[in-house]
Design a protein around this ligand. Structure first.
Ligand SMILES: [Ca+2]
Ligand SMILES: [Ca+2]
Ligand SMILES: [Ca+2]
Length: 281
């Protein structure tokens, strides 16, 4: 729990008690296998072919690190595409939403966490790494992509597990993302730390096994970062390809995020909100 959230909690505690989540984020979804939480995406909803097909996402936490893996047909450096402004279409950025808000609302409130892991993509932040206070932006227009999520679905790409097993239907996708622009990169945010890219063998050693779900793509990308950069509790993680041709979501829960040091000064706040915090965590 980051310090800034005490203020957010104080401001929102009363309202939060009265609100019923409309996004289903309270659910600790995903499929856990050997400590990895998996979201498996439709294998046939990558508009444009196998080079734009996401098959799955997986996240694992250890005592001090968070591991992320993505698999599909898109390499870390993307695919040549004559219609893109930079002649390349690759991965967008990865987002984590720890709030009870929809993606758009959390983005508008600059409450998302974002990770730029693809150094050659069109992210609007200058370097790879972990960012907080993130507002998302769309780069589909400069990547020969869809002007909206509605246009993607109206083009015939609605499939079972359209945004992965945790956001399986178009209706669910609209409820979380809305029907408008596909916000797929970090538009702005504050960098809080770096990521370390992981080799296939390192991922295997860490227990990653997309083959368990018959979801091994030709490209599997992985990285890790310090859990101290992050927030605990329920999350919705997601990423889209730069053109919006495919996207995947994973819901889960981070249990063991270390408490920041030096919180004694707001111990009273902690006591008052203790019940609320325990519930969130
Ligand atoms: Ca897919
Ligand atoms: Ca591009
Ligand atoms: Ca998808």
């Amino acid at each position: 729990m980051k310090l800034r959230n005490f203020a957010t909690l104080m401001a929102g505690a009363t309202a939060a008690l009265c609100l019923v989540s409309v996004t289903g984020q309270q659910a600790n979804a995903g499929t856990i296998y050997k400590d990895w939480n998996y979201g498996i995406d439709a294998f046939n909803d990558g508009s444009g072919g196998s080079g734009y097909e996401i098959k799955g996402i997986a996240i694992k936490e250890t005592s001090d690190s968070i591991f992320v893996a993505l698999t599909g047909g898109t390499s870390l450096t993307g695919t040549y595409a004559s219609g893109a402004a930079d002649k390349n279409i690759g991965w967008g950025d990865l987002f984590f939403n720890f709030t009870d808000k929809t993606f758009k609302a959390a983005s508008d409130a600059k409450s998302l966490f974002g990770i730029r892991f693809a150094a050659t993509n069109d992210s609007m932040v200058s370097s790879t790494g972990v960012y907080q206070n993130v507002q998302a932006a769309s780069v589909t227009a400069t990547n020969d992509g869809y002007s909206s999520l509605k246009q993607y679905y109206n083009s015939g790409w609605d499939r079972e597990n359209t945004q992965g097993t945790d956001l399986a239907t178009k209706t669910d996708a609209y409820a979380y993302f809305g029907e408008g622009s596909i916000l797929n990169v970090i538009g702005s945010g504050t960098k809080v730390g770096d990521i370390t890219m992981l080799t296939a063998s390192a991922l295997s050693t860490a227990g990653l096994d997309f083959a368990k779900f018959s979801a091994s793509g030709s490209q599997t990308i992985g990285f890790q970062f310090s859990k101290s950069l992050f927030e605990g509790g329920n999350y919705i993680a997601n990423t889209f390809i730069e053109c919006g041709n495919d996207g995947v979501v994973l819901k889960g829960n981070l249990k063991d995020v270390p408490e920041p040091s030096g919180i004694a000064g707001i111990a009273v706040v902690g006591l008052v909100l203790g019940g609320k915090l325990r519930k969130r965590r």
